[in-house]
Design a protein around this ligand. Structure first.
Ligand code: NI
Length: 136
């Protein structure tokens, strides 16, 4: 019996989309409001999906408490109320778009979730805009 367990999480963070190889004009044109030099915030919603076989002894795919603690310790503590460009190491060399944030989160979680599980991460930057990465 193979199925998926989901856990939702949330963090607030500031960012600025900026490509240092481009002129200010091109950055403003491509990134619009997200290029504001004084930064701006988003309320990010996160959905983490773990897929695997149900353990016949527990009836769980994964203990959701273990998963929620992992998200809290490894993602929320690292991202919540942070300026992503300045305070999060990965974004010193990576533009903090929703795509890149989702990819960074997936890679952090992947290190802590046993290989036998498939992992998917969906990140909402707004209620209508979201990205998803499943490692493929
Ligand atoms: Ni933005």
């Amino acid at each position: 019996m193979r199925l998926s367990v989901y856990r939702k999480a949330h963090f607030n963070a500031a960012h600025r989309l900026f490509n240092p190889n481009w002129s200010d004009e091109k950055n403003a044109e491509v990134f619009g409001l997200c290029n504001n030099p004084y930064y701006h915030g988003h309320n990010y919603d996160l959905e983490v999906k773990v897929t695997g076989e149900v353990d016949p002894e527990t009836g769980f795919v994964i203990d959701i408490k273990v998963l929620s603690d992992l998200i809290k310790d490894e993602i929320e503590l690292k991202f919540d109320h942070k300026n992503l460009n300045i305070e999060v190491e990965e974004f010193k060399t990576l533009i903090p778009t929703a795509e890149h944030i989702c990819w960074v989160i997936w890679n952090i979680l992947r290190k802590h979730i046993p290989e036998k599980f498939d992992l998917g991460v969906r990140l909402y930057e707004t209620a209508r805009n979201y990205v998803e990465y499943d490692g493929l």
